[in-house]
Write a protein that binds this ligand. Structure first.
Ligand code: NAD
Ligand code: UDP
Ligand code: UDP
Length: 314
């Protein structure tokens, strides 16, 4: 029976991945230290005969018998990963070594969740996988960006030295239900501000761009990448439709039917000015491209946050 380890399985992306793997009939072991993860994301899976959860921090070794590993453990929102930058670095370095050591011993395939942040504040637009990036190695984002760059290097070197099968995906901004409402990311902030009738906080002039992928599309990309016989990657996974933060704010206000005003706050240091994936590789190697529009995805996400607020106020 195929056993799959999902590190960071109680987080936003990890919990959706666990759902899809269970649907596929896999045995799933979710490992999470619950730093940014939440039990409510996996509550519906507890008691399922093919699902197990272990509270564990990947910075420490772990011994399990598995065939496939999805390594998602790492805080993803700037607020969360800057809370304890040294811990963030350890997770992407020491934690990655432990995951690769486990994969080496079990001869398991590893899909590693890398990020568009390896491109930093990009000078090439849209970003292709060949671009080496423009990362400030000393800035407040470096614990995340440089950690993820080392993690990629570790994967490639375990592949070369020990033949560990690796799959590298570089994820661009992804959103949807189960994103922590308080994690400070732009979609969770804007929707929750709009639902509460609070001002929408635009950092800087709002002309910076991001490209937002709906979670279900991204998880389909993960599964296709894991199935690949040849491609080790890196492969960009994201939605190539690019929006400014002002456009996003307008779209959210339309969905929530809110009268929140827009206010401007200072742009965080090293905030990338533009970000958009070139997904030519994903299209050709994986036959993958996003299916869910921003309008449809925002609708589902707004619905989730509404329900969460109703539960919290009940
Ligand atoms: P998330 O914060 O919701 O999930 C991360 C999970 O990892 C959480 O459950 C957290 O508790 C767990 N975790 C963190 N450190 C750990 C450790 N040391 N040991 C064990 N568990 C640990 O974030 P997410 O959006 O679901 O992101 C998942 C992965 O995808 C991350 O690696 C992130 O860097 C990557 N990624 C996400 C996005 C995005 O837009 N969501 C974009 C690029 C990359
Ligand atoms: N490791 C682990 N689980 C395993 C195998 C290894 O957590 O099932 C950890 C172990 O702590 C080790 C790290 O992964 O430090 C790297 O393993 P590797 O075999 O590459 O290195 P070595 O043991 O030779 O240092
Ligand atoms: N942002 C914003 N208002 C917010 C939160 C974020 O304008 O309340 C901006 C942020 O400065 C960045 C973009 O939205 O330009 C995306 O931010 P997020 O933290 O979601 O992700 P990342 O910067 O890692 O892409």
């Amino acid at each position: 029976m195929n056993s799959v380890l999902v590190t960071g399985g109680a987080g936003f992306l990890g919990s959706h991945l666990c759902d899809r793997l269970i649907e596929q009939g896999k045995n799933v072991i979710c490992v999470d230290n619950f730093f940014t993860g939440n039990k409510r994301n996996i509550a519906h899976l507890i008691g399922h005969p093919r699902f197990e959860v272990i509270r564990h921090d990947i910075v420490h070794p772990i011994y399990l018998e598995v065939n496939e590993i999805y390594n998602l453990a790492c805080p993803a929102s700037p607020v969360a990963y800057q809370y304890n930058p040294i811990k963030t670095i350890k997770t992407s370095t020491v934690g990655m070594v432990n995951v690769l050591g486990l994969a080496k011993r079990c001869r398991a395939k590893v899909l590693h969740a890398s990020t568009s942040e390896v491109y930093g504040d990009p000078t090439v637009h849209p970003q292709v996988e060949e671009y080496w990036g423009n990362v400030n190695p000393l800035g407040p984002r470096s614990c995340y960006d440089e950690g993820k760059r080392i993690a990629e290097s570790l994967c490639v070197n375990y592949h070369h030295a020990h033949k560990v099968p690796i799959r590298l995906v570089r994820i661009f901004n992804t959103y949807g239900p189960r994103m922590d409402p308080n994690d400070g990311r732009v979609i969770s902030n804007f929707i929750n501000q709009a639902l509460r009738g609070e001002p929408i906080t635009i950092y800087g002039d709002g002309q910076q761009t991001r490209s937002f992928c709906y979670v279900d599309d991204l998880i389909s990309g993960f599964l296709k990448m894991m199935e690949q016989e040849e491609t080790t990657g890196p492969v960009n996974l994201g939605n190539p439709v690019e929006n400014t933060m002002l456009e996003l704010a307008e779209a959210v206000l339309e969905h929530v039917d809110s009268s929140s005003e827009l206010i401007h706050e200072p742009l965080p240091q090293d905030d990338p000015k533009q970000r958009c994936p070139d997904i030519t590789k994903a299209k050709s190697f994986l036959k993958w491209e996003p299916q869910v529009s921003l309008k449809e995805g925002l609708g589902k996400t707004v619905e989730y946050y509404r329900q969460l607020m109703d539960q919290e106020s009940a």
